[in-house]
Design a protein around this ligand. Sequence first.
Ligand code: ADP
Ligand code: MG
Length: 698
Amino acid sequence: MEPLTEYFGSLVFDDREMKARLSEEVYNSLKKTIDEGARLDISVANDIATAMKDWAVEKGATHYTHWFQPMTGITAEKNDSFITPMPDGRVIMDFSGKELIKGEPDASSFPSGGLRATFEARGYTAWDPTSYAFIKGKSLCIPTAFCSFTGDALDKKTPLLRSMEAINKQALRILKLFGNDSVKCVKTSVGAEQEYFLISREVYNKRKDLIFTGRTLFGAHPPKAQEMDDHYFGTIKPKVAEFMAELNVELWKLGILAKTEHNEAAPAQHELAPIFTTTNIATDHNQLTMEIMQKVASKHGLVCLLHEKPFDGVNGSGKHNNWSLATDTGVNLLKPGATPYENAQFLLLLCSVIEAVDEYQDLLRISVATAGNDHRLGANEAPPAVISIFLGDEITAVLEAIENDVPYNATEKTQMKLGVHVLPKFIRDNTDRNRTSPFAFTGNKFEFRMLGSSNSIACANIMLNSAVAATLKKYADALENSSNFEDDLHTLIKNTIKAHKRIIFNGNGYDEAWIKEATEVRGLLNYKTTPDCLPHLLDKKNVDMLTSLKVFSEQELKSRCEILIENYTKTVIIEATTMSYMARKQILPAIETFIGEIAKVAADKKSLGVKISMTYENEMLERLSNLTENILLQEKILASDTLEIKSLANVTLQANAIRDRLLPDMDKLRALCDEAETITADKYWPFPTYSDLLFSVR
Ligand code: ADP
Ligand code: MG
């Protein structure tokens, strides 16, 4: 095989290919579109399309597809071949600028939350030239946004791009205030660490719950799981190493900067972290990473589980969204600077994140809300559902000094005043090993840790970008008209710290006492479940903020809210139905067979006139029969509640009933079945147990 540096990005129509294959004029106008969002002329588009097609065909592609990210959370594609018939019966490979720029997939079955009536059901896809085209299988994939004909966004990409535009605009205003005129553009960058489980396909295929829902709905705790902490960063097993090696190659070919891989805390759990890149590209790359993980696993006789909580009582999987702001001149704006002046700018940007996270806690919580992630947030290993920011001791001390007009440390004689001369140079705090914070400053970036492993990172970044953009806008509005910049800046920072310091918490986020303090003393939000938080997407302050920045229209927000709630209800109803199926068709018959076996032994012993008490047989028969009675009863309750909930008038009522009734029903049924599992002989249990699943890859 070629060396890595040769094949890296070989399946991407990247800047290298563009430069090599486009005329200088076409290349320059494409660059202008990419960097500055300039409109693209159709003749230019035709040239680009032809070059792309020639390149793709050389690489063995026969088809092209507009690749998009509808509200299902996964990616969608509809492949068309390049063939065009000729009069003499031959075909040629053809691809026009029009086909590149716009597609009409007629994708009317995607959730639109009422944005499209069926008579005008067509949506269209529009090329996003800021993310490179690439080849997957036999298809040239063109990253696109997906909209309705009325221009409403039907996907996750469109609002993400809008939010990046919003933060760019406001951040540029702030930089100008600090005399920073050479910067043309500010982009958010993201590195998304991805956790996942690998189990063998053989055991997976025997579990209806994994097949239908991605998680186990039953399963007693095994004698050993992650208690010994012997998996975390442990030696990677050969089979897993082979998987990772092939995964890396596939990702590298696609230009995805796969960098770090290691075993995670739970048995069979692993993580992959890429090197960060611009947010919309990071989003595309994360979607591709998840897809390719599953494909490659399959080739190795494995299944990659991306569910947030595939196993009860064992760590779930998340995604850490490392986020920062960078200029086109290559400066990371969240890195404390070398000079006091840079530090004043840094502190203002830091404050904007603090204020944004405090003001829009609810939006951040909403952005990670799914039925799956509800099982994880607040459980032992994941951040709590309460959002707070970890800043580390150093930065916290600086902020406290500013707030209280006192020296920053004992050696400083002067007060912390944010002028040009006296602000101390502070060193980067490298002490962050606080893994319990949902939102941690890690020296030059923030790490948002609440995302579930299967979530698209788009939603979290849309909210984060927008909230920070809104705050920056507020600051820019105030400071642009200031007659005494330094004083006003100082006051603004000081007031912001005062008003929003409640969101800063450097302690243990898993501590019960913290949750109490957070909610009861500090008044922070604690939305435990998806139905608790989703309706707040439509709170006035949120709608006002998101619409004023033009990230969403009100109509789009309403439709999204509807889609997200519906997604929650559908997910849990499928789980409930799968539970009923497994209880009735697999678990009850299995226990009955075991009971039959014991009863037979008891009868045999009796007929032989054995004179003993038969304690074992009697006890087992009684306990198991009690369990089957109760399982049957509980399954009936679950099934009838499911039916009733499905018939409720709207999705909000359904979601609330699911939270209040269905999930508790499911817990009860599970507890009974798990108890039965622990006393039923192995050979009768109808599907692989937790031990079989968690230790299936050797
Ligand atoms: P850790 O979380 O263990 O401290 P790293 O500091 O190496 O690990 O970074 C974790 C992730 O953060 C990586 O994906 C990395 O690329 C990403 N990252 C680093 N710097 C930035 C940045 N400026 N913007 C966004 N992501 C970043
Ligand atoms: Mg991390």
